[in-house]
Write a protein that binds this ligand. Structure first.
Ligand code: DGY
Length: 462
């Protein structure tokens, strides 16, 4: 029996879905919110598939197949796959100059997003495998996922360090995190051409679709669009971009997801008896995990990300959720786990009424409404709870895992399907009169994560 809450979540996903066609094939794909994000977004769709597989495996496949249909010749997949003729989102597809790399109507952005693709595909494989159902759909997507991982390894880890390099805050998915402030501020606003400033001033749409209090400040938006313009001039040649960009960061959050994705791809291969390939992807994951462990700074109680622009290697520390990400790929050592749990379980820091705030309320950068600077995100909770679960011998991890599953599901069910949530009350006071929640409403991600938790942990989410 499907519950009322599940029906509401499924209904929302259905309402947000658009059909795209390529070479006579149709794809159902689900943009995050009809209030602003009207195109397909990479890490959102990967997560949607993880909730949808319990109800409609074919739809789950189509979400991922649509991403792969937009894959470039070199294996790259963009973070936005544009809906045709949709103009209500900025930047529009024309601004990227990527048409020539894209398949007909499947025009994408030039950025990656956290590489959840193999994680999602493995989850689908596991669910269907457990039910004894056919997994031909998974088989048909494996080659594209391998090409994607080959792109990431070749172009985003040229130093073979194990950590991936991102070239824009949007590539982390956590666009507005304080983690990027120092690198972003190294880009002098005076060097940004006036035409970019004017472009943003005239066309920015996110603040009218929501409220300014939620969104990145203008000085960051100018830099976001400036970087797109610089890369467009490099014809989206990743090597050329990495040689000149003022924004290049080896990021622990994205790299933890990269390690988890390689573990997932290894699991997919293993289930099919493709042992050599399984060993290869496991070894990539192990390399990343080893490097992440070494990024730990004992004094800062934090992992270092590195600003690697212009050949430098400058550590970046940030009191934000990213420090918990090494739990997700099981990179954190026992000693690191103990230090992380002290922070995570502290009600003044991360264990608020609705955990886990994206930035600690104790941090000088915490802002209750501005996205990625404080609000709680269900996707962050999913990473952390799955990470905690993996530390099976650690009693406190198991306790926090169960609590976080319950708190996340309760938060979404009670407050509704919003983009983000106030860590203290669920709703930010600022919105009392004008807005019913944080960020954009009717948010697909939150609905899909609710469905995922409900099905994966039925003994906790009742
Ligand atoms: C946005 O427009 O806010 C997107 O998150 C960019 O990736």
């Amino acid at each position: 029996m499907i519950s009322e809450d599940e029906l509401r979540a499924l209904e929302l996903l259905k309402n947000n879905t658009k059909i795209a066609t390529l070479n006579g094939k149709t794809y159902r794909r689900t943009p995050p919110s009809e209030h602003y994000y009207l195109h397909q977004f990479f890490w959102d769709s990967c997560t949607h598939a993880m909730g949808l597989v319990y109800y409609d495996p074919q739809w789950a496949y189509e979400e991922l197949a649509s991403l792969l249909a937009a894959q470039w010749e070199n294996g790259f997949i963009g973070h936005i796959i544009y809906s045709e003729d949709e103009k209500r989102y900025f930047p529009t597809k024309e601004l990227w100059g990527t048409e020539k790399f894209s398949q007909k109507s499947f025009v994408s952005s030039g950025f990656i997003q956290p590489p959840l693709l193999a994680i999602s595909l493995n989850h689908i494989d596991e669910v269907l495998h457990d039910k004894g159902e056919k997994t031909d759909g998974v088989d048909s997507l494996i080659a594209g996922v391998v090409r994607y991982h080959n792109y990431l390894k070749r172009f985003r880890d040229r130093e073979d360090s194990g950590l991936l390099t991102i070239i824009h805050p949007w590539e982390s998915g956590c666009d507005n995190s304080p983690r990027w402030d120092s690198v972003m501020e190294s880009i002098d606003l005076k060097t940004i051409p006036q035409r970019i400033i004017d472009l943003v001033r005239t066309n920015r749409k996110d603040i009218s679709a929501s409220t300014e209090l939620n969104r990145p400040r203008a000085e960051y938006y100018y830099r976001y669009l400036y970087l797109i313009d610089v890369y467009k001039q490099q014809q989206w040649d990743t090597d050329a971009i990495l040689d000149i960009t003022p924004f290049a960061v080896k990021d622990v959050q994205v790299s933890s997801i990269w390690a988890k994705a390689n573990q997932s791809l290894a699991a997919i291969m293993k289930r099919r008896g493709r042992i050599k390939e399984a060993d290869y992807f496991s070894s990539l994951a192990e390399q990343t995990n080893e490097t992440i462990r070494k990024c730990w700074n004992e004094k800062a109680h934090s992992y270092a990300n590195f600003d690697v622009s212009h050949g430098q290697k400058k550590p970046i520390y940030s009191d934000d959720f990213a420090n918990f990400m090494p739990l997700y790929s099981h990179a954190a050592s026992d000693k690191q786990v103990t230090a992380l749990l002290t922070q995570l379980s502290d009600p003044q820091k991360y264990w608020t009424k609705y955990p886990v705030p994206s930035v600690s309320p104790k941090s000088p950068f915490f802002e209750i409404t501005r996205y990625w600077r404080g609000p709680t995100w269900p996707i962050v909770n999913l990473f952390i709870l799955e990470g905690l679960k993996g530390y099976t011998a650690h009693k406190q991890c198991q306790k926090l895992f169960k609590e976080l599953v319950k708190k996340t599901a309760d938060m979404i069910r009670t407050i509704g399907f919003y983009e983000t949530y106030d860590p203290n009350t669920g709703l930010a006071d600022t919105y009392k009169d004008t807005f019913s929640g944080m960020g954009y409403a009717d948010f697909s991600w939150s609905a899909a994560i609710y469905l995922y938790l409900k099905n994966k942990y039925p003994e906790i989410v009742r």
